[in-house]
Structure formats: C-alpha cells, structure tokens
Design a protein around this ligand. Structure first.
Ligand code: T3D
Length: 263
C-alpha cells in the first residue's frame, strides 16, 4: 500500500486516510489507484464499515494540478481517461458496496475531493471544513459524480450556483442545505466519526447494506417499483439470523449482538 493512502483496520471496520497533507491530499494517479485498492480490499476482507478522512488541515483539494503538463507540445491531457481510469472505479465501488461508507471531512474539500466526499453514505464535517466546486476556476466542469449528486442533494438552483461560481460553502451551510449530514467541532470530528463507524460495523450489516441499496434505487424508481423492492429486500432481511437476533434481544430487553452475516 502506498504512503499516500493510510489504512488502519479496527477489527470490523477500516479507516482510510488520504495522506498527502503538504498538497492538501490532492490526488495523484498512484494515490487514486491506492485508494481504490484500499476500498476494494476492505470489501474483500469483510469490513462491515469504512471511514474515509484526510491527514493534516485539509480533506482533499481534488486532482493534483501540479502533475498536469498543459504546456507540453502536442496533444492536451486526456481528462476522459483520467476520470474513467482513476475516479470512476472507486466512485462506482463506494456506491455499490453493501456496507456504510462514512466520510469525516476534516478541512477543505475542493474539486474532485469534494465530490468523492459526497459519494460517501454519511458525511460529517468539521466546523473548519469548506466544500468548493472549484472546477470552474480552472476551466473544467464538476466531475467525480458532482453533476449527479449536487442537484439531487441540494436542488438545481443551489447546485448551479456553487458550481458556476466556485464559491466555498462553509460546513454549517452545507449541513443546513442537506449536502452533508452534520457538523461537529474540529477536535471532536474523528472521535465522532469513529464512534459512528464502530456502531454501524456492529449493526445488522445485510440490512444496512440493503437499506443503502433501496435508498439509492429510489432516485430512479417509481413509488410502485419502490414498494415492490422494499417487499423483496425485507423478505431477505426477515429470513436473516440478524433479524431473529434483533427480535430476540428486544424481547429479552438486551442489546442485540448482530453477526452481520448474509444469512
Ligand atoms: O486530471 C484532471 O485534472 C481531471 C480531474 C479533475 C478533478 C479536479 O479535482 S479539478 C480541481 C482541482 N482542484 C482545485 O482546483 C483546487 C486547487 N486548490 C485550491 O484552490 C486551494 O488550494 C484550496 C482552496 C483548496 C485551499 O486553499 P488554501 O489557501 O487553504 O491552501 P493553499 O495554500 O492554496 O494550498 C496549500 C498547498 O497545497 C499549496 O502548496 P504550497 O504553495 O504550500 O507549496 C498548494 O499549491 C497545494 N495545493 C492545493 N491544492 C492543490 C495543491 N497542489 C496540487 N494540486 C492541487 N489541487
């Protein structure tokens, strides 16, 4: 694993830290690949939740602009290739993962860094954090899923305004608008996020994963389709050992001990 991505396993869940603090954790291609590998490995080794955060004062300043040679003679950089090769795989993976992915935004989240955060399932931010759709400042459109997630999260009017102006959105406003879940004081962020991750990792993993899938499916489904989907997914949950344990624990007035298995 590369040093630009730190991985810490906490038993049932994995913490992934973007680790180029001197560049506000801006992504290089090598770092994108290491990030993907860390998430994929978490899935393959049975992690029941993932926490993503950044080292130092920033969360992530998007793509490392220092690595792009715009003055080279010949062909300009192929940004289609950059996005498909280095961003889309991890964004697709996070969305498809049937475990919760929590993002603790410790500082500025700009460009693709902001939109990677927004691709996570629950976003908690430090009071010091800012979200910047900085793409227009460098002649680009929002990417890393931003044009998809922003209007869905905050509506077209606000999405267009922050994308077209590139103005920073402070964490409190981001929470008020529904862009993220909540804001906590900076010195409480990591403990809050870790506690949440541990709590979710001790939960009924299959039910949590199917909850994520059902809510994501709602964006495309009709009400009727969603009712049918819920009935099918609930049938699966109803047959699980975690449901049996949840009901038993309720009856016995004790905390449930969920195994998190798929059966
Ligand atoms: O391949 C492709 O390009 C396609 C994909 C594109 C996706 C994208 O993400 S495009 C958008 C790229 N990101 C940006 O445009 C953001 C650029 N950064 C900033 O605007 C500012 O740094 C921030 C608003 C994020 C933070 O400002 P501030 O004042 O808190 O910090 P700073 O002094 O600007 O940055 C600290 C250092 O990090 C600084 O280095 P230095 O001068 O101390 O040696 C700065 O150059 C470096 N840094 C910040 N962002 C990047 C970066 N270095 C490389 N790439 C960056 N994106």
């Amino acid at each position: 694993m590369s040093d630009s991505i730190l991985v810490t396993d906490h038993g049932t869940w994995r913490e992934i830290t973007l680790n180029r603090p001197e560049r506000l954790n801006a992504f290089t291609p090598e770092m994108n690949l290491a990030f993907f590998a860390a998430v994929e490995d978490a899935r393959d080794t049975g992690a029941r939740a993932i926490l993503l955060t950044g080292a130092g004062r920033g969360f992530c300043a998007g793509q490392d602009l220092g690595g792009i040679d715009v003055d080279a003679a010949g062909t300009p950089p192929d940004l289609y290739h950059v996005l498909e090769e280095y961003y889309a795989p991890v964004l697709r993976l996070i969305r498809a993962l049937e475990i919760p992915v929590i993002c603790a935004v410790n500082g500025v989240a700009a460009g693709a860094g902001a939109n990677v955060a927004l691709a996570c399932d629950i976003v908690i931010a430090s009071q010091k954090a800012k979200f910047i759709q900085s793409f227009s400042k460098v002649g680009l459109i929002p990417d890393a899923g931003g044009t998809w997630s922003l209007p869905r999260l905050i509506g077209e009017a606000r999405a267009k305004a922050i994308a077209l102006t590139g103005e920073p959105l402070d964490a409190e406003t981001a929470a008020q608008w529904g862009l993220i879940w909540k804001v906590v004081p900076g010195d409480e962020l990591i403990d809050t996020a870790r506690a949440l991750c541990a709590q979710l990792a001790a939960g009924p993993t299959m039910a949590l994963g199917l909850t994520k899938m059902a809510i994501q499916a709602a964006a495309e489904n009709t009400f009727e389709e969603q009712l049918t989907l819920e009935a099918n997914l609930q049938k699966t949950c109803g047959e699980s050992s975690d449901f049996a344990e949840g009901v038993r624990a309720f009856g016995e007035k004790r905390a449930p001990q969920f195994s998190g298995t798929k059966t």
